[in-house]
Design a protein around this ligand. Structure first.
Ligand SMILES: [Zn+2]
Length: 129
């Protein structure tokens, strides 16, 4: 069923909800806290380039990109925390930084969508050699 939702940005957007009726009011409230697709696509993420694609692709790819960068960042802090004095830590950290530097050059929304399930640890391991 489709509902009209007034988004946080003030634009009205149609949202399709499935599942039990009793949750719908709560889910519509959650949806109302988000910005609309167009605004999400047009919002620059500080420190990152704007992505290219249709508004729908860009909005999705922005979420994928933040999610992947967040996972890489948490991996880096985990390594720092667990192995602060390990001789390999610096090497791994450099590999992670190189990986992030490559990731932030990717500006095609479809690239992020195609790579949304990338194996982050393996990507970093590949860059260790
Ligand atoms: Zn909007």
């Amino acid at each position: 069923m489709k509902y009209e939702v007034k988004r946080a940005c003030g634009h009205v957007e149609k949202v399709e909800l499935f599942g039990p009726h009793k949750d719908r009011e709560w889910r519509l409230k959650k949806e109302a806290e988000k910005k609309c697709l167009q605004c999400r696509a047009n919002t620059a993420v500080p420190g990152l380039p704007m992505l290219e694609g249709t508004p729908k692709q860009v909005a999705w790819a922005n979420d994928i990109r933040s999610n992947i960068l967040r996972q890489v960042e948490s991996l880096r802090s985990e390594i720092d925390r667990l192995f602060p004095d390990h001789p390999e830590t610096e090497k791994v950290t450099r590999a992670i930084e190189g990986f992030v530097a490559e990731l932030v050059t990717k500006t095609s929304a479809s690239w992020w969508i195609d790579n949304r399930t990338m194996a982050i640890r393996e990507e970093i391991l590949k860059r260790l050699n």
